[in-house]
Design a protein around this ligand. Structure first.
Ligand code: 2AL
Length: 245
């Protein structure tokens, strides 16, 4: 199958490292095309960033149509543009936050999220409510690590995440850690070894869920609000991105 992996931020280095993780868990027959928007923020750390990132996701969904993907993974923990990507593509589209919450709920009775800037905790909490996981997540914890510091993680940075995770497990009395940034995907194996609890990287889970849905023949419903967008002209820099059947 062909899997389109969209990193909604514009960091080429992060796109590459996320793609390496995705390819390391993908089945031998899964081809991963990793892309990022042609415009927008280098990292997504606030709602202003997210507004541009969602448009960038829509852009990349349209640009990749010719490649004919079977499924799409959105590799940013805010899941920006998730609904738009489902509408526009009709394919299985998996956001890494939604994927990680599902996986965590299967391996522990409750979990904690460890993320980047403290301000993004509120975004993660909103997503937990939106997806219905607020009862299972016992805490969202910021580390105040800027997303771009994860491009080349140093040992002190890994230790900061490890310490935040240990504190979260103790304070929340939870059984698993969800990594609250796609840029943390490369650290999952190391943190799993150090923490000795399930550590969930949403990128890996999203790849496996996308493969599962494709193999089961399950795709986005076209009934209701995931129906194709109505065709209409778009203007300005988005003039070639309006949905045409
Ligand atoms: C993210 C992420 O996954 N990628 C990005 O640029 N920002 N999420 C986060 N909580 O910082």
């Amino acid at each position: 199958m062909k899997l389109l992996l969209i990193n909604p931020n514009t960091s080429g280095a992060m796109t590459e490292s996320i793609a390496r993780v995705a390819r390391s868990v993908a089945l031998p027959g899964t081809e991963v095309l990793a892309v990022h928007p042609s415009f927008g923020p280098a990292s997504i750390e606030c709602q202003y960033d997210e507004a541009f990132a969602a448009a960038g996701v829509a852009e990349q969904v349209r640009r990749a149509e010719a490649w004919r993907p079977d499924a799409i993974v959105l590799a940013c923990f805010g899941d920006p543009g998730l609904d738009a990507a489902r509408e526009a593509s009709g394919l299985p589209v998996i956001g890494v936050a939604e994927a990680a919450f599902h996986a965590a709920s299967l391996v522990a009775t409750s979990f904690s999220v460890v993320t980047t800037l403290t301000r993004t905790c509120i975004t993660a909490e909103r997503l937990l409510h939106r997806y219905g996981f607020e009862r299972l997540c016992r805490g969202v914890h910021g580390t105040d690590i800027p997303v771009l510091d994860l491009e080349e993680p140093s040992e002190p940075l890994v230790q900061r995440i490890e310490q935040a995770a240990r504190a979260a497990l103790a304070k929340d009395r939870s059984g698993a850690i969800v990594l609250g940034c796609a840029g943390m995907a490369t650290l999952c194996a190391e943190l799993s070894a150090r923490l000795q609890v399930p550590v969930i990287d949403g990128v890996s889970v999203a790849v496996k869920l996308a493969e599962s849905l494709v193999s089961l023949g399950l795709s986005t419903s076209r009934l209701g609000d995931y129906a194709s967008p109505p065709a209409k002209p778009y203007s300005g820099w988005a003039s070639d991105l309006g949905w045409q059947p």
